[in-house]
Design a binder for this molecule. Structure first.
Ligand code: NLE
Ligand code: FE2
Length: 312
């Protein structure tokens, strides 16, 4: 799955991802004629598919043209794109019952996403807002780290709008609308999870240094993206990255599962291009709120610098 291998841009995150040394994303650029081009790496499953590439360009152009405060532009998805959603949605629906936390399942139930077609991001926001106040904002590809996290405090979630290539439905390292919506919107429909997202945002705004921001982003990675917890007596997932991949969701119980630990999560390296082999387990939702919510609610540059120094 090493197909997103691309250059390094310090201080930039791909949509809902944060990286450490390397940044992986499909760069978006404007051609001389003003049209938008998404550059897919040579190993990307859609690289040699001109139809898919045209779709990626068209969808990125919608986000580039988005005017904040106005409705999110509608993406006219093809039948094939809706079929990818329907397939993944069906597979995940089954697997979530076995592997997702009760809190996530309840939240998904109350959000009520369509199973047979890709919902528009505008629609996702309209379903979410009355529940937890969250709304979606389209992103073409890159959102600076501080913005991506910071606006979580305001109840805004940056989201991609394209869907993964139909040849790789079970896993993509690149966040797509399935990940953003099935993974994140379902979690954001929970009062308790959405409060944690907001706390992460407030923390990202509070700190000034790059090191502290990265530390916060890694905790986000190991919790809201790839978190697992003891739930109903077994190991279940609440992280959006596990819950949006029907390949990875079958594997997480066999990974290296470590106890929830702020200093460890904030300093552990990960590779976004593979199934995550190190995961951190909360003992309950209360435990997650105490440790991680409590940390985000109070952390500052100094506290984080001390934690990093202690690990070294
Ligand atoms: N691997 C996830 C998926 O296939 O849905 C996306 C992860 C984005 C962090
Ligand atoms: Fe994400």
């Amino acid at each position: 799955y090493n197909w997103l291998l691309l250059p390094t841009f310090p201080d930039i995150a791909v949509i809902s991802l944060m990286f450490e040394e390397a940044q992986y994303f499909a760069p978006v650029s404007t051609r001389d004629d003003g049209s938008i081009e998404v550059e897919l790496g040579a190993g990307h499953p859609g690289f040699a598919d001109p139809v898919y590439r045209a779709r990626r360009n068209a969808i990125a152009a919608l986000a580039v043209g988005y005017v904040p405060g106005t409705p999110i532009p509608t993406a006219e998805y093809t039948d094939q794109e809706h079929e990818v959603w329907a397939l993944v949605s069906r597979e995940l629906g089954r697997k979530h019952r076995e592997y997702a936390t009760a809190e996530y399942l309840r939240a998904a139930e109350r959000l009520g996403l369509p199973a047979e077609r890709i919902p528009q991001l505008q629609e996702v926001g309209e379903l979410l807002e009355p529940l937890t106040g969250f709304r979606y904002v389209p992103a073409a590809g890159l959102v600076p780290l501080r913005d991506f996290y910071g606006v979580l405090a305001d109840g805004l979630f940056h989201s991609t709008q394209y869907i993964r290539h139909h040849s790789t439905p079970l896993y993509t390292p690149e966040p797509d609308v399935i990940h953003e919506v099935i993974g994140h919107a379902n979690a954001l429909a929970s009062d308790r999870y959405s409060r944690l997202y907001r706390l992460a945002g407030a923390a990202a705004r509070r700190v000034e240094g790059k090191e502290a921001l990265e530390f916060i982003s890694k905790i986000f990675w190991f919790t809201m993206e790839f978190g697992v917890m003891t739930d109903q007596g077994e190991l279940r997932a609440y992280g959006a990255g596990i819950l949006s991949s029907y390949g990875e969701i079958e594997e997480f119980r066999g990974m290296d599962i470590r106890p929830l630990d702020i200093a460890a999560m904030g300093t552990t390296h990960y590779d976004i291009t593979k199934y995550q082999d190190v995961l951190f387990r909360a003992e309950s939702l209360e435990h997650l709120e105490d440790i991680v919510g409590g940390f985000w609610a109070t952390c500052d540059d100094e506290v984080i610098a001390r934690l990093i120094a202690d690990v070294r």
